[in-house]
Write a protein that binds this ligand. Structure first.
Ligand code: 6PG
Length: 242
């Protein structure tokens, strides 16, 4: 357990990772008594199984849906009906099956100008936070879920992009030079304002990127993720290189 670079939890396979996360996330959400549980969901393929588990009989009636505010860590600037939309994935795997008040679900807006959509999303976060300035000791998120791309990107913080320099805005745009779609993404300062950041990784394909981030390679956007709370790496043996 290395406090600076984060606690590592290594489990046998992807299914065990998803099951562990479902259990841990539900416990965190149930423990939140002094306000809403504020969650930033990750997209990509890795968390799909987690969302299925949370919508299954075991969790559907136990997870505190009504006390949770669901935000997104990033989004492709495509309509919600597009197969590339993270919201679409979360909706079709989880939200469609559970009793969550519509007002608790915050898809990133994906129409009009991306810069304005980012500002609009920040305003939605400010409303839940109850302020426009992030205060140390009063985190914006209870949990930020993150994935890791081959090139070390996380959320939509892609290598070499100006968003990596963002110090003030909570939400920004990113136009990756090696991946399709303009993106909206939480910025480093927004992610930092969290009680927990959890990277979920599965499969041998993640190992090289993970090893570079773990070694602190500054070229990898994920190397610069920090939190005022606890950073957790939840992964299967293959991703950990075991
Ligand atoms: C997204 C995120 C991205 C993702 C990683 C890992 O795809 O929405 O932008 O950061 O978490 O690329 O993706 P996989 O889980 O599909 O490997």
């Amino acid at each position: 357990h290395d406090v600076k670079t984060g606690a590592m939890v290594v489990l046998p396979d992807a299914e065990a990772v998803a099951q562990h996360m479902a259990k841990w996330l539900t416990a965190q959400a149930l423990a939140k008594k002094d306000g809403p549980f504020v969650l930033a969901l990750s997209g990509g393929s890795t968390p799909r199984r987690l969302y299925q588990i949370l919508a299954s009989a075991e969790y559907r009636d136990r997870f505190p849906w009504a006390n949770t505010q669901f935000f997104f860590g990033d989004e492709r600037f495509v309509p919600e009906s597009d197969a590339a939309s993270n919201y679409n994935m979360v909706e079709t795997e989880m939200l469609a099956y559970v009793k969550v008040p519509p007002a608790n679900v915050h898809p990133m807006p994906t129409s009009g100008e991306p810069v304005q959509a980012a500002a609009q999303y920040q305003a939605e976060l400010e409303a839940v936070y109850g302020g426009k300035t992030l205060e140390p000791g009063r985190p914006l998120f209870d949990v930020v879920m993150l994935g890791l791309g081959d090139n070390g990107h996380t959320a939509s913080l892609f290598p070499r992009q100006p968003v990596l320099e963002e110090k003030k805005l909570w939400v920004s745009t990113c136009v990756p030079d090696d991946a399709p779609h303009t993106r909206l993404t939480l910025t480093y300062p927004a992610i930092h304002s969290s009680r927990h950041v959890v990277f979920m990784l599965a499969g041998a394909g993640k190992h090289e990127a993970f090893a570079r981030v773990r070694a602190g390679d500054p070229a990898e956007p994920a190397s610069h993720i920090t939190t005022e709370g606890e950073l957790i790496w939840l992964m299967d043996k293959a991703a950990a290189g075991q």
